[in-house]
Structure formats: C-alpha cells, structure tokens
Design a protein around this ligand. Structure first.
Ligand code: TXA
Ligand code: MG
Length: 349
C-alpha cells in the first residue's frame, strides 16, 4: 500500500485508481474513508471484502457538490436542500430514496441511499478529479475503532488496499450524523459531528430518534461496534462521583487477585495514583469537541498496550457528546457500571 500526500500528483494518482476500480483511503473531517467509484459494483464489493463488512450494512456515498447529491436521489425535498445548504460540506449524511442507477451493493439492497459532502479539501479534490461519486465506509476493519489518521488505516488495511492519501489527523474525530428524511420528518439514525441541536435549529423541527427496531436500519447502531479489542467498561456519573468510584475501584482491585492491568479513558479527570497503567484524558478543559477529536486515537493507543480492561468515563450526552457517548456505549458492548466491571474482572481472574 502506498501513502501519498494530498498534492496534485497524489490526488491524480488516487483519482486514476478510483476510475480503474481500485480502492483508495482518503481523509475526511470525521474519519478516514475507504473509497470506491459508487457506480462500479465490483469495486464496491471489494470494500466489503477488505473490511470484512457484512453485506447488509449500506455505505455512504460521498459527493463534491449539492447537485451531485441531488443526482443520486429520486426526489430531493426542500427540507433536505435547506440542511445541505446549512451543513455541507460537513459531517451530515442524508438518507433519501435512491435513483435506480445507484447500485444495490452500495445500499445493501435498501431503496434509500445516504449521501454526504465531506469538509476536507483533499476529499473534495479527489471526488472532483475522479469524476464520480465515491462510496466509502470508515477505513477500518468492520466493528473496530474508526481511523482518524493515515497510520491507523495502514495498520488495519495496509496489505489489502492500493493507496492512502495522508491528509493529517481528522479534525472532528467521530463519524457523520446520519439522518433520514421521511414525509417531512427528520429521524436520527446515528449521532455524529453535526449535533441534534444544530439540526433542530436549522430546520425548525424536532429530530426524532429511530426506535431501537428489530430491523437493522443502520448497523452503526448495533450493540458492539467502534470497539477496541480490549474489553471496555463504561462507567457513568458525574466527575466527582467518578473519582469516588475510582477510589472504590482501588479497594476492589486488591480483592481481584491476579494483578489486572487497567487502562483509563477519562473525559477530564485525572485518576488517583497507582491505579491505571495508562490513562488518556480526552479534554482536561471539558471541551466536547476536543474529546471527540481524541476519542478513537485514545482507544487505539490504549488497545496497543494490551491492558486487561479499558475503563471509560461516560461523557455528557448533549451536543457532540451524544455521538461520543454513543461510540463509548457501542465499544462497551453493554458492559457498563460497577457491576459490569466486576463481572468482567471476575471472568478475567
Ligand atoms: O463520517 C462518516 O460518515 C464516515 C466518513 C468516511 O464519511 N463514514 C462512515 O461510514 O462512518 P460507515 O460505513 O462506517 O457508517 C455508515 C453508517 C452505517 O451505520 C450505515 O448503516 C448507515 O451509515 N447508512 C448508510 N446508508 C444508509 C441507508 N440507506 N439507510 C440507513 N442507514 C444507512
Ligand atoms: Mg464504520
């Protein structure tokens, strides 16, 4: 796999590869994407193979303009136009009924297609130079933490893809918000870089949350996802309460027998001495945007140290915090609270 700079020669090489049916990883403001020409079914199938992604999980199509998005949908309601004008380029994916020309492999057989215009100059130049919409999931192995740096893409997929454009670290750090527009209603399928509050303000409408339906409407909403390989336990509560629980953990740990190696992802608080072998503080000044930017790198870094457990402090679920809290919960695969922690550590002994 080659790593190229987002300069004219790097971009034209990547665009050429896309046109020939190759796979190219590219930077966006949210996370790195693994792109293929959205109209090349074979290339899109390869994305699923390389990522080990189940074929029922639809892809987001990336465009470089509003008209290019409109050309993929059978009908574009005024509400969608208003949101695109307000938030594009940016981390908002809009799901609407697709034109028949959009291949079924892209949408996993759904009648709708998710489209977004990324806010990254290299991504936009690539899409323009390729001359086609680019279908792209996050450039990680399915279920694993999304990559926010070219290096992380190389770690996950290095031997299986042709090229990565290194555009530096992703500035948002969590994936795009996915919404579906249906009969004038806005339904949230995945919280992300554009907040519910921003969408409600711009649209003048309430954003509904999709029911935790039996139907796999958006597999990003499945229980275990965005997860490190190390078991992760999510601990809720305020910062002060969190500190108290950490002290309690210190006592519990004495009872645990074998010395377990614990790592911590905290929002802002520093843990008591001697408890964790590694700590990642997401934002000492409690800035949710900074926390979002650092989240996935923090998970990857701690994962590499191979601790027995990663303990993560829950994040206030408002604004972009909703997206961070969602990713942490999915990474925990339901292991939450002290009981979750104790159950897990009992098993590890
Ligand atoms: O920020 C992002 O969205 C990144 C960058 C690369 O653009 N992409 C990304 O793609 O996160 P991916 O494939 O990892 O997640 C896409 C999510 C999935 O949960 C998928 O189920 C949902 O979007 N999705 C895509 N098309 C859909 C559709 N037609 N209906 C409902 N959900 C859809
Ligand atoms: Mg993904």
């Amino acid at each position: 796999m080659k790593i190229v700079k987002p300069d004219p020669s790097g971009i034209s090489r990547a665009a050429e590869l896309l046109r020939k049916g190759g796979l190219v990883a590219f930077p966006t403001e949210t996370v790195y994407g693994l792109g293929a020409d959205a109209f090349n079914k074979k290339a899109v199938c390869r994305i699923f193979e390389v990522k080990k992604r189940p074929s029922f999980d639809p892809l987001i199509v990336h465009v470089a303009s509003i008209p290019q998005a409109v050309s993929l949908w059978s009908d574009t309601p005024p509400l969608a136009l208003r949101l695109m004008k307000k938030f594009w380029p940016g981390p908002l994916s809009i799901v609407l009924p697709k034109k028949p020309a959009v291949p079924d492999v892209v949408t996993a057989g759904l009648e709708t297609v998710a489209v977004r215009m990324p806010d990254h100059p290299a991504a936009l130049r690539l899409i323009r130079a390729a001359g086609c919409p680019v279908a792209a999931p996050s450039a990680n192995l399915f279920g694993y933490t999304s990559p926010t740096a070219a290096r992380s893409v190389a770690e996950d997929l290095g031997s299986k893809i042709d090229l990565v454009i290194d555009g530096g670290p992703s500035k948002v750090g969590v994936e795009s918000t996915v919404i579906k527009i249906e009969g004038g209603r806005i339904v949230l399928l995945r919280p992300g870089g554009i907040t519910v509050e921003q969408i409600e303000k711009a649209s003048g409408r309430k954003v509904r949350t999709a029911a935790r339906s039996s139907k796999l409407e958006s597999p990003g909403r499945m229980k275990s996802h965005y997860a490190p390989r190390t078991p992760l336990v999510l601990i809720g509560g305020s910062s002060a309460a969190f500190m108290k629980k950490l002290e309690k953990l210190k006592d519990e740990r004495k009872k645990l027998g074998r010395r377990l190696k614990l790592a911590l992802i905290s929002f802002s608080a520093k843990p008591p001495e001697g408890l964790f072998s590694a700590t990642e503080v997401l934002s000492p000044k409690r800035d949710l945007y900074q926390a979002a930017t650092r989240l996935f790198q923090a998970m990857r870094k701690l994962d590499k140290m191979k601790p027995d457990v990663i303990v993560a402090e829950d994040i206030p679920a408002s604004g972009i915090g909703l997206a961070i809290a969602d990713r942490l919960l999915k990474a925990s695969a339901g292991k939450t609270g002290w009981n979750g922690f104790l159950r897990l550590t009992q098993r590890l002994k």
